[in-house]
Design a protein around this ligand. Structure first.
Ligand code: FAD
Length: 233
């Protein structure tokens, strides 16, 4: 077991789960915490890594006043027991045998299951072209920044585009903006290519992006969504 900080407010936990049955990229687990007085709290967390024996990586964003996320990002110590149930989910998954181009659109912590897909693509030897559009508030908020930079350079067929919603890096060619028609047109795929689209993040973000993809002509049946929470993003 191990833990590492991804950003000042997000932490990756690496867990060894005995008898783990394996998982597919995009699936999540339910994490259950039990206090000494028996009180329990359970939340879902996406799996960040490609299948790798009993190793699971979860990246948790600290939500202010959040019961479980504050514990996992602040109090939890490597080796503390946690209860895991899963893997969960059969629709929001990508398998390396899929032949179609893929568009990934993530907002904030919504990158987590998409990162599992990027990692599974490489691990599975797939050469299917992937495009990732990653919406973050500011440069410091991007998860897996070094790895994404390296993969965008070395993983043939993977394109990575950032959209900054509050503050862009110095000399960035665009002012801060949200993922909309412009970003989906320039950094996504044309609908005629019939890509598989995976959209993940805060509920409002997911609904806006999915609606925009459909309005642009993407087949709703090929736009797969995962909503992480109640905020508008
Ligand atoms: C399928 C699935 C996969 C998920 N994967 C991840 C993941 O990989 N990484 C990750 O960090 N989170 C993920 N989440 C969100 C996670 O399950 C929790 O909702 C989140 O950690 C907040 O829980 P909490 O106990 O800290 O906050 P709570 O105590 O439940 O809520 C505290 C306050 O924060 C608000 N809030 C609750 N959830 C969110 C949220 N997601 N975003 C913003 N505000 C919120 C509440 O309305 C409340 O006001 C996932 C959710 C789902 C459904």
């Amino acid at each position: 077991m191990a833990a590492r900080d991804e950003t000042p407010s997000a932490r990756t936990l690496v867990l060894d789960v005995p008898d783990w049955p394996g998982h597919q990229a995009g699936q999540h687990v339910d994490v259950r915490l039990t206090a000494e007085d028996g009180y329990t709290a359970q939340r879902s967390y996406s799996i960040a890594n490609a299948a790798d024996g009993g190793r699971l990586e979860l990246t948790v964003q600290r939500v202010p006043e959040g019961e479980v996320s504050e514990y996992l990002t602040g109090v939890y110590r490597v080796g503390d027991p946690v209860e895991i149930r899963g893997p969960v989910g059969g629709w929001f998954v990508w398998r390396p045998a899929e032949p179609d181009p893929v568009l990934l659109v993530g907002g904030g912590s919504g990158i987590v299951p998409l990162m599992a897909m990027i990692r599974a693509r490489k691990a599975g030897g797939s050469r299917v072209p992937f495009r990732l559009i990653y919406s973050v508030r500011s440069p410091e908020d991007g998860y897996y920044a070094d790895e994404l930079r390296t993969r965008a350079r070395d993983d043939s067929g993977l394109d990575v585009a950032y959209v900054y919603t509050r503050r862009a890096p110095r000399n960035w060619p665009e002012p801060p903006r949200r993922v909309g028609v412009a970003a989906l047109n320039t950094a996504g795929w044309p609908p005629e290519l019939a890509p598989l689209c995976y959209v993940c993040g805060p509920t409002g973000f997911v609904e806006t992006v999915a609606d925009t993809l459909v309005a642009l002509g993407h087949d709703p049946a090929r736009v797969r969504t995962e909503r992480f929470g109640p905020t508008g993003g």
